[in-house]
Design a protein around this ligand. Structure first.
Ligand code: FPP
Ligand code: MG
Length: 264
C-alpha cells in the first residue's frame, strides 16, 4: 500500500516537472517543422536482447512519445522517416514486421480520442505508396482519410521514401505542367519546391533535422527541404530510447541560434 502511494507520488512529481519544462520551452521560439531520421532500432534491440521486430515496435512508441512532445510545444509539422525505398532490401521478416506496424498502428493513432484527433493533426503518408502491400495501402488510406479535416498540425510519415525519388517525381510533374507551354520550358527552384510531396501536403520550411543513434548521415531524407536554414542535430540515443530529455538540448540550441540571429 505504502509502495503504491510512493509510486503515485513519484509519477505525479514527474508529470508536474515535465509540464513545467514544456511550458518554459514553449515560451521561446519553436521550430515550425522538425524532421526525424529514426535510426538505431536494431542496435537498441540487440543491446536489450530483444527481437528486431520488438526494436521497431518500441520505435513506434518513441515516435508517438516525441510527437506528443512536439505537439505540446506547438511544432506545426513533424516529418518522420519510417521506411526508405532501400529498406525493401532487408529480410522478408523485418519488412513484414514494419508493414504490420504501419497497418495496425496508424489507424489506432488516427482513431477517435487518440493523439492525432486530440491535437488536430493531419496525417500525410509521403512517398511511393504504390510500393506498399495492398493491405497496408488500404490501412494508410483509411488513416489519412480519418485525419483529413484536422488542420492544426501535420504528421508526414515518410514511407516508402527517398528524397532523390521525391525530387525526380517533382521534376517530372514540372515538365508535365510545362508541356502546356511548349515554346520555352523553364523550371525554377520554386516550381520544383511547389511539387515536392511535403509542400503539396502543406508543410512549412524544415527548421530542424534530427538523426539518432550517433550516425552522422542524411540517408536521402529531406535533402531539398534541408538546403536553406535547417539546423542539423545528431543524438547518440538509439531511436526507441529518444525522448524529452534528448529533445530539450535540441530545442534550446534552436532557440539560442534564433536569438543570436535576431540580435546580430
Ligand atoms: C532505422 O533503424 C529504423 C527503421 C528502418 C524503421 C523506422 C520505423 C519505426 C521507428 C517504426 C515506426 C513506423 C512505422 C512503420 C509506421 P535501423 O533498423 O536502421 O536500426 P540500426 O541502425 O540499429 O540497424
Ligand atoms: Mg540504421
Amino acid at each position: 500500500m505504502l509502495r503504491r502511494g510512493w509510486t503515485w507520488l513519484q509519477n505525479k512529481i514527474t508529470t508536474k516537472a515535465r509540464n513545467f519544462v514544456l511550458k518554459v520551452l514553449a515560451a521561446g521560439p519553436i521550430p515550425r517543422h522538425v524532421g526525424f531520421v529514426m535510426d538505431g532500432n536494431r542496435r537498441y534491440a540487440r543491446v536489450h536482447h530483444k527481437a528486431v521486430w520488438q526494436g521497431h515496435s518500441d520505435g513506434f512508441v518513441a515516435l508517438r512519445r516525441i510527437l506528443e512532445v512536439c505537439l505540446r510545444l506547438d511544432v506545426k509539422c513533424v516529418s518522420a522517416f519510417a521506411f526508405s525505398i532501400e529498406n525493401f532490401k532487408r529480410s522478408e521478416d523485418e519488412v513484414n514486421a514494419l508493414m504490420k506496424i504501419a497497418e495496425e498502428k496508424l489507424i489506432e493513432l488516427s482513431s477517435h480520442g487518440d493523439l492525432l484527433e486530440e491535437y488536430g493533426v493531419r496525417l500525410n503518408i509521403v512517398g511511393r505508396k504504390e510500393l506498399l502491400p495492398e493491405a497496408v495501402q488500404k490501412a494508410v488510406a483509411k488513416a489519412e482519410e480519418m485525419t483529413r479535416h484536422n488542420d492544426r498540425a501535420i504528421l508526414n510519415l515518410c514511407m516508402p521514401y527517398t528524397s532523390r525519388d521525391e525530387i525526380v517525381t517533382a521534376v517530372e510533374s514540372c515538365v508535365r505542367n510545362a508541356e502546356d507551354m511548349p515554346d520555352e520550358i523553364r523550371i525554377s527552384e520554386d516550381d520544383i519546391d511547389a511539387q515536392l510531396m511535403t509542400t503539396l501536403g502543406g508543410s512549412p520550411p524544415l527548421d530542424v533535422l534530427v538523426r539518432t543513434s550517433g550516425v552522422k548521415r542524411l540517408s536521402d531524407f529531406l535533402l531539398w527541404q534541408g538546403c536553406e536554414n535547417t539546423q542539423l542535430q545528431f543524438s547518440d540515443s538509439y531511436w526507441p530510447d529518444f525522448g524529452l530529455l534528448d529533445f530539450i538540448p535540441i530545442i534550446l540550441d534552436y532557440q539560442r541560434k534564433v536569438w543570436t540571429r535576431t540580435i546580430s
